[in-house]
Ligand binder design. Structure first.
Ligand code: SAM
Length: 341
């Protein structure tokens, strides 16, 4: 059994762990939950090969590093060094290394430099060679909740691609779009995988479809604004994803029953959005029934809203799987409702 630690980005507490679980489940990677520290999520697994590590690294939006845990100790220098002394570094062979320490929210009193120097000395004394510029292996010591988690980094997540896909950088921009990092995390929570059929019934400029399409899903989007749909086509073509767009109302979709694997959507909040001849409440109730109808059994819907939708969703037939809230600004807290059919 191998312990794997995910060093999480700090933006929200629960969404990063939910997306990890979503990816592990969608990729059929066997695992059991080990523990959760602040910004660190640890699982136990029979083993992750390089291919699966690459999949995790390419899909996770809110993880920074993935670490194979070699040692765990209380977060004081003496215990950290004696933990490092017990670690088997023999797989380093003649490879060079660097040791990096990260204190979560700077809570601990020990300095990162002392941890790096202390563990580095253990390796140096055993004859291993450090390379501070271009090391073959990075060891990471993460100090969180009075615990130090130590081991080699098996993957680091490059978030620059998410930056490049920010709404303003896309060929077509229209206000009210989710950031690609969050869109990708929601796609992961929905357990989308390569080959899945993913629907966004309120697709707007196609932000969610782009993220699902980039992991190899076939995407389907509906909207009732022609100019926005034309913009979605421009964006989806730009990223060369597999898509179909429909000019149709989310409250009555020309789709057959059980035909999509996952739904991820960000319906209008009812402020400036176009809703088409009825109240937002009626639209939400109608479209939740439609989403339930077109989703395959055991399929998952991840829905972003400002107001609670649980009762309508349960009336439509859905089972609540999770609920996350995310404060956007003083007058807007997003609700992310995860619903299973
Ligand atoms: C919050 S935006 C979605 C933004 C989208 N995630 C994106 O990447 O651009 C909500 C979208 O719902 C659309 N909409 C409003 N009423 C609708 C309806 N009855 N059926 C389908 N789409 C509708 C709006 O035109 C708008 O594009």
């Amino acid at each position: 059994m191998t312990l794997i630690a995910f060093e999480l980005s700090g933006e929200t507490p629960e969404i990063p762990t939910a997306e990890i679980v979503g990816v592990l489940e969608s990729e059929n990677i066997p695992f059991s939950f080990k523990c959760q520290l602040e910004q660190v999520f640890i699982i136990e697994t029979p083993g992750i090969d390089a291919g699966l590590t690459d999949i995790l690294a390419s899909r996770l939006a809110m993880t920074r590093h993935i670490i194979e845990v070699s040692g765990v100790s209380p977060a004081n220098l003496t215990d950290i060094i004696s933990m490092a002394e017990k670690v088997d570094f023999s797989n380093l062979n003649s490879l060079t290394y660097i040791v990096r320490a990260k204190k979560i929210k700077r809570k601990s009193h020990i300095s990162s430099e002392d941890i790096e120097r202390g563990i580095g000395k253990v390796l140096y004394d055993r004859g291993y060679r450090a390379d501070l510029v271009n090391p073959c292996i990075q060891y990471r010591a993460i100090v969180s909740d009075n615990t130090c988690i130590f081991g080699p980094v098996i993957a680091s997540i490059d978030s620059s691609a998410f930056e490049r896909r920010k709404p303003h950088n896309k060929p077509f921009f229209y206000p009210g779009v989710l950031m690609p990092k969050l869109a990708q995390a929601l796609v992961n929570i929905a357990r989308v995988k390569e080959g899945s059929v993913v629907l966004d019934p309120y697709c707007g400029t196609g932000g969610i479809m782009v993220e699902a399409g980039l992991i190899g899903a076939s995407t389907l989007g509906c909207d009732v604004q022609r100019k926005v749909l034309i913009g979605a086509k421009i964006n989806l073509d730009f990223y060369s994803v597999n898509y179909s767009l429909m000019f149709q109302d989310a409250g009555s979709m020309a789709l057959r029953n059980n035909c999509v694997d996952c739904i991820v959507t960000d319906p209008p909040y009812g402020r400036s959005a176009l809703i088409q001849a009825r109240s937002l409440d009626t639209l939400m109730q109608d479209s939740l029934c439609e989403m339930y109808r077109v989703l395959r059994p055991k399929g998952r819907l991840v829905l972003v809203s400002e107001r609670p939708v649980e009762t309508w969703a349960q009336n439509a037939g859905f089972r609540m799987a999770d609920l996350f809230t995310q404060r956007v600004h003083r007058s807007l807290t997003r609700r992310i409702t995860v619903l299973d059919k």
